[in-house]
Design a protein around this ligand. Sequence first.
Ligand code: HEC
Ligand code: HEC
Length: 165
Amino acid sequence: MIRYSISIVLTLLLAPVVGQLAKSNQSAKPESGIQIPLAQNTKPFNQEQTLVELRKQIAEQKEKPAEVVFKNIQWLKGIPAGRVLAIMEIGYSKSLGVDCTHCHVVDQWEKDDKPTKQITREMATMVRLINNEHLKKIKNLKSENPVINCTTCHRGQTKPALNLP
Ligand code: HEC
Ligand code: HEC
């Protein structure tokens, strides 16, 4: 009985350390043999659920300009906040074949700590330049108003192909 309680006390003391270990190595187990729930650390990112929650949070403000509703909007200014999430889901994640975590630390959406987020702003600037200047100068194209977007190059990959498969 005494050994049992010591082992529980030890486990509680070690819990934060074990938690850290578990983050870097999911198979790490506390030596006492007592299982510590790791659910919080190992829960896989659920993009659909995340979007449902974010949409709920901004539901009453979804028509307001993005920069009013969100904290660090530099590129999507003037766009209704609700559309920002659609751009994140389809325009960015899907066309690159990634999920939100490629550019964001989950729940710290306003931070610019992943380089891919700033790359995205510069890619968007490039796309606008191609659409507004370069494509307009090319005569005799099929479309009256030819445009490209992220999918044109990325096609579900972070690194656009240079060759056909
Ligand atoms: C390819 C990169 C990329 C991906 C993938 C991406 N985002 Fe973003 N996200 C951005 C960029 C860039 C901005 C800032 C836009 C600006 O400056 O106007 C942003 C801004 C945001 C913001 C506004 C944060 C604030 O308060 O300023 C939210 C919320 C957000 N993203 C959620 C998501 C969600 C949810 C997903 C997944 C469905 C996602 N993003 C996927 C690049 C990305
Ligand atoms: C004209 C072609 C083209 C278009 C259009 C384009 N990209 Fe890119 N993108 C590239 C190239 C080329 C790279 C560099 C890949 C490499 O590292 O070799 C790249 C890289 C990236 C990266 C870095 C990926 C990584 O994980 O290293 C991100 C993020 C990105 N693009 C986002 C976007 C977004 C978002 C759009 C639409 C707004 C877009 N791109 C439109 C060509 C394009």
